[in-house]
Each structure stands twice: as structure tokens, then as C-alpha cells.
Write a protein that binds this ligand. Sequence first.
Ligand SMILES: [Zn+2]
Length: 464
Amino acid sequence: MPPTRCWRFPRTVPLPETTRNNILRYKTKVDKILQAALEQKQYHHAAYDGLEDFVERFGARPSGSDELEDSIDFMKKKAEDDGFRVHTEEVMVPRWVRGEETLMMLSPRQKSMSILGLGTTIGTQQYPGGVLKAEAVVCDSFDEMEKLGEAKIKGKIMVFNAPFGDPMDEPMKRYGASYKYRTSGADRAAQYGAVAVLVRSRTDYSLYTPHGGSQYYGNSTQIPAAAITAEDARIIARHYKKGKTVTLMLKMSAANLPMRKSRNVIIDYGPSDSTELVMLSAHIDSWDVGEGAMDNGGGVFVNYHAVKLLKELGLMPRRTIRVVFWTAEEEGYFGGKEYVKMHEFDISKMQIAIENDLGTFRPVGLRAKGSDEAACFVKHTASLLGAINATGASDSPSLSETHLLHDKGVPAAAIDVDQSRYFWYHHTEADTMDALDPHELDLCVATMAASAFVFADVPDRVPR
Ligand SMILES: [Zn+2]
């Protein structure tokens, strides 16, 4: 058989015609799944309503918190009650607490500024009265910091006013290109003698909202690290560039407490004798601000309702669909790393892992990471989603836990969505139910259910 052609970056790659035809044969079944998800009354806004109940019960679910553990128990029980095979697996997770935090600009004029300490940051407890008062120095990049040198940085608070990537790129790519200022800004600035770091929030749009997130210390002295709003970063930068002395007063009582036990939730749907898996991935933990509705409660509920829909439609796939709710993703993939350590056999037999952590907005198709042949496989699967206008296929810049599986050779994919609003809410107090739309969640359920079924049932293996 001659190979069929498939477009990728930007060259054509072969996929056997039998494989392509085997995928395309699912059109009728896919349409049936999409129609059920969107037109049957009992599924109307079901994922949104379930998520709303969930976030109202538990709110934010940071790693190491009772709220996270209670939310894990809740989802496990829900899956048991719905008749799924479900179990949890233990993971040790970090426990960082924010405490109180304030920032005040003292000169050239007084202004109170909103901040969010970054995950794992230390506080300012070591300074007299727990208050750090110092002059600010502003850099737009690590290169600029290097040019400025230690003499001009030592003893000062480094403000990274770095742009949010290249405005011509899509939001996730802009984030990928610029989150290093948040994750390693403190470690880098400490090498030049900075006493604290303030990072301009990673966002393309701000209504004075600070965006938190993880940061990691390396070998340098540990210094306090916090995010400030894009607006305040520019205010400080404008004063500084005009040659004015900007003095800041920072107070943070953050602390790192001992690790504690948490769990990944693992739900299986499929024939009990199948060893091959299709994984649907989302994380159940969130940051301590907002309610973790978009990041990533939406992913949890969409994936759950997708597999529930297949079960209720009586569609039993050839392979097992494994839905995993990861714990402690935000602090650095603690749940995912433990899974990779414990599941070598499953991973070797995994057909594909599908991530759902780009925000549960209007789906536009699927993303792929893996060999050209695997990407082509994903593209043909996405081509079946014409009824909901979600036939797009592109490369994945961000895959959360599935990147760990991808590193072990598993083909990876992600539900792709309209990302335009993602970084309005990401890691902020604004990540509540208001960020999401019930119909868009229904469309995400339809997309995940249909794609998961095709990957789990098609006779062919996704090429590694
Ligand atoms: Zn997330």
C-alpha cells in the first residue's frame, strides 16, 4: 500500500493507508458521541455543574492542604458511586504556605502594591521586624542583569520587568519563552547579590492582577521572590529609568513546612484484561489563590465526564481509558513523577497520553508531541471532529504531566482550545467559575470523549 501523506512542520510524513482508513472509519461513532454530549438533556452543562459543586465545596486546593486531600476523597467516591474501577496511589508532596505579604513603594512616592509570593519562596522574617527595606534595580532580561553587574545590584531588590514573550506568538508560547524570570529569577539575581526579587506577572492582559506560580532555588543564597502586577512593574520601571531612586518595603511571612502524604486518583474504564492504556491527564491540585476552577478543575471534570459519557453510551473500547487526577502538579509534577517511577510496565504499553491543562475553553482540535507518524495519527483523529469545528492539529508547546510520559517514549497529545483568555486568569485570584463557560465545557467533554474512544479502540498502535 502506498503511504498517505500528512502535513507537519512543514513537511509531509507517511502514515500507512490502512491506519489512516482505520481511524477515519470512526466518523459515525464520533458523530454519535459528539451528538450525545451536546444534545442529550442529561449531559447539558453536566461538567460545569459538577465543577461548580466541587469548587464551592473545596475552593483552592494547594499541595499539602486538607482541602486538596478532601477533594481527592470526594472524586474517588464519586467515581466509585458511578461504578468505575478506581484507586489512589500515595505521593509525598511539598507544603508551602504563603502567610501575610505586603509591598509598599516608599519613594519617589508612596504606593501600596499588590503581590503574590512565588511557591517555595522564603519570607522576610530574617530582617528586623520582618521587614525588608531596600532600593530597587530594574532589568528587562537576564542579559541586562549581567551587563549591570554585581556592583549595581548588591543589596538591592531586583525587579524583572521582562515582556511576556513575543506578542506575535500564541499565549502558551509567550509563557514558555518567558516564565524563566518567575521560576529562576530569584536564584539568578541572588548570584549578583540581590536581596529579593519581584517579577512582572506572566500575562498578556492585566487589570491589576498579580499572577503567582512556582519558583525554584538553586545553589545561590535563598532570597524572597514574589510576583507583582504588570502595571506596578511598569510604574517602578518608569521611575527607575528616569533616574529616580525607588525604595521598596517588602514584608512576607511565607514558610516551607514538612512534606506530607497525598495521592493520585486513578480511574480505569475498559476491558479488565486489556494491558494497553489511553491516559486522560489533568491535575486536581491548584494554587492557593482563586479556586482552581480553570487550572485545572475544568480539566478534571471534563476528563471525568468524557469517560462517564462513554460508559453511559455503552461504548466499551478495545483498550483501557485511564483517567488520572494528579496531585501537586503546581509545585513541580510531584504526582506525575511518582507515577512514572512506579508504572514502567503501563508506560511501555501506553497507546497515548492526552493532556487537558490548557484551560477548558472552546476546543479547536488536538495538539501532538511525538514522532511525525504519531503527530499524523493525532491529526487524522482530530479530522473526525468536524461537527464541532475542532479539526485543528498542531504541535504542543506545553503538556504538563504528559511531558514526563513523553520523555519515556509515550506519544502525547492535548486537547487544544482557544487560549486567548487563559493568561487572564492563570494562577490568580480570578481563577473562579466566572472564568469558564458551561457550553465550552460541554464541547471539551465531547472532544475528549470522542478522541479518547478513537485512540482506545482503533486496531492500530500510535507509532512511537
Ligand atoms: Zn495547570
